[in-house]
Write a protein that binds this ligand. Sequence first.
Ligand SMILES: [Zn+2]
Ligand SMILES: [Zn+2]
Length: 242
Amino acid sequence: MKKLADFLIAIFYTRRCRYCRKVIDIRERICPDCKKDIPRIEGPVCYNCGFSQKECVCKKKSQHYMRICAPYYYSGAAKRAVKKLKYSDDIDISYILAEDMATAYKEHYSEMDFDYCTFVPSHKKEQRKRGFNQAQLLAQHLSKELGIPCKELLIKTALTTPQHTLNESMRSGNLLGAMQVKDRHLEKIRGARILLCDDVKTTGSTLNECAKTLMICGAAEVDCITYCIAKKDNDKTKNSEG
Ligand SMILES: [Zn+2]
Ligand SMILES: [Zn+2]
């Protein structure tokens, strides 16, 4: 009887690895390759850079957002998941990524009281090319999971050189003035505490530029959450853009 049940489950239900989406044994959640390398960011965390405190090298460099947290570093299984989201049509994986971000939120931001959740915008030309903005998908799922209203507060008005082609010092200059708050949301932002989402933090220039734009328009506080955080240089690949 049990064999028959297993057989029927196998026919009607395919289990996929939650990181790389490979088809796996029905009794597993993660494929053997991903299981070997889940780059969890272990607490306590440095909220200035999002790294585990024992790996932090940020020297508390100041920025426009107050805190950042993420469940993973950008490598191994988490890197495979981001690639899957950005470069395949399998956008269902965004639910899984957001689930892990919600867990990180509950761990690090549970006492926070955000008015809105928003996301790093992409230029309309970039979005047309990809068909979606992955940061928006993550923010929308997270918003439902956490009960924080999701608003598209920012627009990217300039088509900038892709961040991954530039070195760290050029990255913030590249984005200067590229973000704007949508006119109809200006009132909402005044005095608001905002949760800003993205898929990957690389140098933090993109998140910083977004946070700066929101703070200039009167936000009380901006805190960031991403799915993963790249460790400097060794993870600078064509897939990391922030
Ligand atoms: Zn896998
Ligand atoms: Zn740090």
